[in-house]
Design a protein. Structure first.
Length: 172
């Protein structure tokens, strides 16, 4: 198949940093059962929850969701479903997850939720396909040297609900 040099530009490529936390988040949000999403509506709620994690916004336009769709096992051309507003409980769970993740990374332990979003999650990248796998290349920033001392693993993202893995290149 080869690499699609065009790719899709995403603004939330840093979501992959927290990939180890999403199964627990989705479970606490009541979206998964067994090894998959409880329903199509639950899958779309997960897509929108990831956007809230990355941006703090619930009203994401479709062009902001490609990586979220891939992480939730949807095709890029899947038409988004309106899931309504998030509950305060769900927003709090998402923010608490970010705080807990930052607390486990000594170099940035004192980051606020918005600081973590702005510095790490709201990151440009290019999402494409290569040899039957998703490929994400994240834009490098000067302070990315701190990733070398982070507790996160993200080079390959694979969940039971994904048909194919996501390979991540984050130069640091």
């Amino acid at each position: 198949m080869g690499w699609n040099l065009e790719g899709v530009v995403v603004d939330n490529a840093g979501l992959v940093l927290l990939q180890g936390w999403y199964p627990m988040l989705f479970d606490r949000l009541g979206l998964v059962e067994s090894h998959g999403f409880a329903s199509d509506a639950a899958r779309w709620r997960a897509v929108h929850a990831l956007q809230f994690v990355a941006s703090g916004r619930e009203d994401a336009p479709e062009f902001a969701l490609p990586l979220n769709k891939v992480l939730c096992g949807l095709a890029l051309d899947a038409e988004p479903e309106d899931t309504g507003p998030m509950s305060e409980h769900d927003r709090t769970l998402c923010k608490d997850m970010i705080t807990a993740a930052a607390d486990r990374w000594p170099a940035i332990r004192n980051s606020s939720v918005d600081g973590f979003r702005g510095n790490w999650l709201a990151r440009p990248g290019v999402l494409g396909e290569m040899d039957g796998r998703w490929k994400l290349t994240v834009e490098r920033r000067a302070y990315d040297i701190l990733i070398g001392v982070s507790p996160f693993t993200f080079s390959i993202v694979r969940y039971p609900w994904m048909a194919r893995p996501l390979d991540v290149t984050w130069p640091y």
